[in-house]
Design a protein around this ligand. Structure first.
Ligand code: NAI
Length: 462
């Protein structure tokens, strides 16, 4: 048995970042992880491996669509899935090993096994009890089941299965046009599968700016992905390795089905709290199974905190990291803070899509007067040079004060460009502040500046 200032249960982006921050602040810290590798869903079966496959499939797609146009001739590039998976695994391993190194460097104890809270200030790890003045629950999320759909990881797969296919399926049906569905659907469509996405709502990517939803949908359709919108999947039947996906069209109640060799279930995730001892400890949860916390990540039981996917809010690795740092600082007696108004969201399709702050729908609901500055990547020289002129930057600013309230963009490196706006928003900047900042030429970032100019007297290249 060891005694700690803090034990964090869960070694994903929320948990491991929290552990490192606690150690940096002089707290004796341990992090419990049961999956046999640090990094959680994100590093092992989520963000990082999917980005490896997105990069590989994008490169393949480029080789087939744009290489010749640039005078790059040669034999046709073909797909070797086992090799692609080896590459993906090497990316995972490098990242996971990096965290173990950081734990050693910061003197964080890595407790291997599944953690359970057995009493206030006590965590049992596979039966061995450790004491802690503070406990942080950072156990993340798992795939939410869908009635009538049984994931067997053979024919019907979830995101974990989709990251480990040994061959490209002929046909793939994706259930759910959220982030996972569109990213993994893109991977297999680029590699040659006939991909159809079936989505309950009449639009894709719930919660995103409406104009972005439409533009992204158009772009994905152009890439060959088919969509059935407004369709509720009621069940999947599998016979001899072929799945029949049954769905009901919401507008008229008619029923239809699609067949495919692989079905990807991507209809959301739910908090993962199995075996944690929440009930025994009387730790309050919401109706949706999230651990309830107050504004500073305290649960209703003294000395027990929770962060990341297991609590309310967007299930995003970077939101969990922010909370991990903030809760560590709170425990150390500092003023831990997360600005939930400035949490960017990125979808790593091609083109990438990124958003931060309010959408137009939010501002209309709030009755706030705003202005829109928009600039198309068609007017950006660098984008034209890399076949990336599809998409736009849209900045929303307060009509009176010009303060930036949100930004929604689709285009090359959107996931990087959004951070200029995040920093601006953290500093309470106006659109004019960005418009008057010199941006290097030729860069994609110039499109952000042009959108900011469009909030004032007008963009130059539009
Ligand atoms: P999601 O919540 O983003 O999307 C699920 C979609 O499934 C919704 O559009 C929903 O309307 C639809 N749906 C639900 N039931 C349905 C039914 N019966 N028939 C047809 N459609 C149905 O969930 P997703 O994509 O599984 O992602 C889970 C979480 O992981 C999200 O919170 C997401 O933000 C996060 N994530 C983030 C990534 C990123 O930041 N790039 C990458 C991957 C995941």
């Amino acid at each position: 048995m060891a005694e700690y200032d803090v034990i964090i249960i869960g070694g994903g982006p929320g948990g491991y970042v929290c552990a490192i921050r606690c150690a940096q602040l002089g707290l004796k810290t341990a992090c419990v992880e049961g999956r046999g590798a640090l990094g959680g869903t994100c590093l092992n079966v989520g963000c990082i491996p999917s980005k490896a496959l997105l990069h590989a499939s994008h490169s393949y797609h480029e080789a087939h669509t744009n290489f010749e146009k640039m005078g790059l001739m040669g034999g046709a590039v073909s797909v070797d899935m086992p090799k692609m998976m080896e590459y993906k695994q090497s990316v995972i391993d490098a990242n996971v090993n990096g965290i173990e190194f950081l734990f050693k460097k910061n003197k964080v104890d890595y407790l291997r096994g599944w953690g359970k809270i057995t009493a206030k200030g006590e965590v049992s790890v596979d039966g061995e009890v450790h004491k802690a003045k503070n406990i942080v629950i950072a156990t993340g999320s798992e795939v939410a089941p869908l009635k009538g759909v049984e994931v067997d990881q053979e024919t019907v797969i979830d995101s974990t299965g989709a990251l480990a296919l040994s061959e490209v399926p002929k046909r793939m049906v994706v259930i759910g046009a959220g982030v996972i569905g569109l990213e993994m659907g893109s991977v297999y469509a680029r590699l040659g599968a006939e991909v159809t996405v079936v989505e309950y709502l009449d639009h894709i990517t719930p919660g995103m700016d409406g104009e972005l939803q439409k533009t992204l949908l158009r772009s994905l359709k152009k890439q060959g992905i088919k969509f059935v919108l407004g369709a509720a999947v009621s069940g999947v039947e599998v016979k001899k390795g072929v799945a029949k996906v049954n769905y009901t069209l919401r507008k008229n109640g008619s029923e239809a089905s699609l067949e495919a060799e692989k079905v990807l279930l991507a209809t959301g995730r739910k908090p993962f709290t199995d075996g944690l001892g929440l009930e025994e400890m009387g730790i309050a949860t919401t109706k949706r199974g999230q651990v309830e916390t107050d504004g500073v990540w305290r649960t209703n039981v003294e000395g027990i905190y929770a962060i990341g996917d297991v609590i309310e809010g967007p299930m995003l690795a970077h939101k969990a990291e922010e909370e991990g740092i903030a809760v560590a600082e709170s425990i150390a007696g500092q003023a831990g803070h997360v600005n939930y108004e400035v949490i960017p969201g990125v979808i790593y399709t091609t083109p990438e899509v990124a958003s931060v702050g309010k959408t137009e729908a939010d501002l209309k609901d709030e009755g706030r007067a705003y202005k829109v500055g928009k600039f198309s990547f068609m007017g950006n020289g660098r984008a034209k040079a890399v076949f990336g002129s599809e998409g736009f930057v849209k900045i929303l600013a307060d009509k009176e004060t010009d303060r930036i309230l949100g930004c929604h963009l689709m285009g090359p490196m959107a996931g990087e460009l959004i951070h200029e706006i995040c920093v601006a928003m953290e500093f309470g900047a106006s659109a004019e502040d960005i418009a008057r900042t010199c941006h290097a030429h030729p860069t994609f970032s110039e499109a952000v500046r042009e959108a900011a100019l469009a909030c004032g007297d007008g963009a130059i290249h539009a």
